[in-house]
Design a binder for this molecule. Structure first.
Ligand code: ADP
Length: 493
């Protein structure tokens, strides 16, 4: 099973958000699946990413493996392709003038980014032809690589090389569609869509075009797959997605369970596991001392580790904390991003100096100390395609208190019986609803035995990529009509 995986980011080379985590982990997890689990088939997954100038500086001596030419606005542009292997996954790095045009991965100006991502997406298709490596699957992700899906869907109708390549499009964050680079479509010789399934504003925009072209659309959690079919979260594409409902599914992201392992983590004061939670108290105490907070073990220590963004509901968290002032708690807020939200956090710290601490930077080491020492992680997201922080927190025994949306619903279980719970969920996106859930959590925190059960439930769950990789593999086989386990796959619609 040959899979060409396209992503604008790949951890650890270049990571801005969750997309980088997925591209860094999923291809390796797919290649590691034992052929015995796939009816004897092996997975040959290869990744292509842009060779951003910042990456070229870091990796100056990679072998050049190919050159291809891409037509743009009547001229031919050359792409140079280099290769590096990451965890035994071949990664093709695509360089060329449009990729060199800016230093940032995302400039915020889609007319600049569009030129870069169209060029790279089309060069990735030319590359596999040059290598005579015929993919069964093109797995594109988000708007940056959707042009490859749109181009391939046309090409495979007449081009024998791509005739049998099936297209999967991963949706990590639907509202980011690539609007603003409509000119690139024409520059690279691609037609707009005339399909009435697409709203007129979407007929030259990469993500809508990709969604139209893909054989299968995969959201990063089952709940998010349902939510993008609704007017609230479909951002004008819900009709298209509803019409394609049979081809829309959700597969949860995993986390790197070696990287996030409280029994091995050298960044924390004491290592621990679900078999013996007692060393965890040392981490808690160290964190409270670091922030000069009250060391009383009866006061729950709340944490927030998040981009400062309206999507993440940081404003809801602040309002919830204000409203739950009468409950006992202390909180450490870690995050950077929206300056207004950062300012609001600092204001709460000023108002409640004895119980609020704020750190407005990206600090991976501190985040580890917080996961390992905090009692609760606040994650009141307005929407959350999958979310990783809640899974990391649970693995470290820090109980999530989250809004019931997207991947949070699929990973945080709030049941009437604590024996089945891993955290706390609230529905309404309001400070009041968060405050109510927080008051309830604080009450349960007072019952140490019950609290331990909830912690242990979260720690015992399997967050590894293996399960998800197996699901993706099945989808690839199903989509390309290749039987595995000796069974014929379902007919493609
Ligand atoms: P998103 O990708 O939408 O930002 P996720 O929950 O999927 O949200 O992933 C967030 C990741 O970024 C987690 O690994 C979290 O620990 C980390 N993170 C977010 N903000 C910070 C910060 N200020 N310092 C350190 N790590 C952070």
């Amino acid at each position: 099973m040959r899979v060409l995986f396209l992503s604008a980011e790949i951890d650890p080379l270049v990571k801005i958000g969750g997309l980088g985590d997925v591209a860094g982990s999923l291809p390796a997890a797919l290649r590691q699946l034992a052929p015995a689990r796939l009816g004897g088939e092996a997975m040959d997954v290869r990744v292509a990413v842009p060779f951003y100038p910042l990456l070229r500086q870091k990796l100056p001596n990679l072998p050049l493996i190919a050159r291809v030419e891409i037509p743009r606005a009547g001229k031919m542009l050359e792409a140079q392709i280099y290769q590096i292997d990451l965890n035994s996954v071949p990664v093709y790095l695509i360089a060329g003038q449009p990729v060199d045009s800016s230093n940032a991965v995302y400039t915020g100006d889609n007319s600049v980014d569009g030129d870069k991502f169209y060029f790279y997406s089309l060069a990735a298709l030319e590359l596999v032809r040059k290598l005579d490596w015929r993919p069964h699957i093109l797995h594109a992700n988000d708007w940056h690589t959707a042009p490859a899906a749109w181009a391939l869907n046309r090409r495979r109708k007449t081009d024998a090389f791509f005739k049998d390549t099936r297209i999967i499009l991963g949706v990590h964050n639907l509202p980011f569609m690539g609007a603003g680079c409509e000119g690139s479509l024409e520059d690279y010789g691609l037609p707009p869509s005339y399909s009435r399934r697409l709203p007129s504003w979407g007929r030259r925009v990469p993500l809508p075009l990709g969604l139209l072209a893909a054989d299968q659309i995969v959201a990063v959690s089952p709940s998010y797959a349902d939510e993008i079919l609704t007017p609230e979260q479909g951002y004008g594409l819900e009709s298209l997605l509803l019409a394609r409902r049979a081809d829309v599914s959700g597969i949860l992201n995993g986390i790197d369970t070696k990287y996030w392992d409280p029994s091995q983590d050298q960044a924390i004061a004491a290592r621990f596991s679900v078999d013996d939670l007692s060393p965890r108290a040392k981490n808690r105490r160290a964190l409270l001392d670091e922030f000069q907070l009250n060391p009383d073990p009866a006061i729950p220590l709340l944490t927030l580790v998040s981009r400062m963004d309206v999507q993440k509901g940081v404003d809801l968290a602040l309002e919830g904390l204000r409203l739950a002032k009468k409950s006992i708690w202390q909180v450490i807020l870690l995050g950077s991003g929206n300056p207004d939200l950062e300012k609001d956090c600092l204001e709460l710290q000023k108002k409640l100096p004895e119980r609020v601490r704020v750190v407005t930077r990206f600090d991976a080491q501190l985040s580890r100390r917080m996961y390992a020492g905090g009692d609760l992680l606040l994650m009141p997201s307005r929407y959350e395609p999958c979310g990783l922080s809640q899974m990391i927190a649970m693995r470290y025994g820090c109980v999530p208190l989250a809004r019931a949306t997207g991947g949070l619903v699929d990973t945080v279980f709030d049941r009437p019986d604590a024996a089945e719970s891993t955290g706390f969920l609230f529905k309404e996106p309001s400070g009041r609803a968060m405050a109510k859930a927080l008051e309830q959590a604080v009450r349960i925190f007072g019952d140490a035995e019950t609290w331990k059960v909830i912690q242990a439930n979260g720690m015992r769950r399997d967050y590894s990529w293996e399960n998800s990789a197996l699901r993706y593999a099945h989808l690839y086989f199903m989509s390309s009509g290749i039987p595995i386990n000796g069974e014929e796959q379902e007919e493609r619609p």
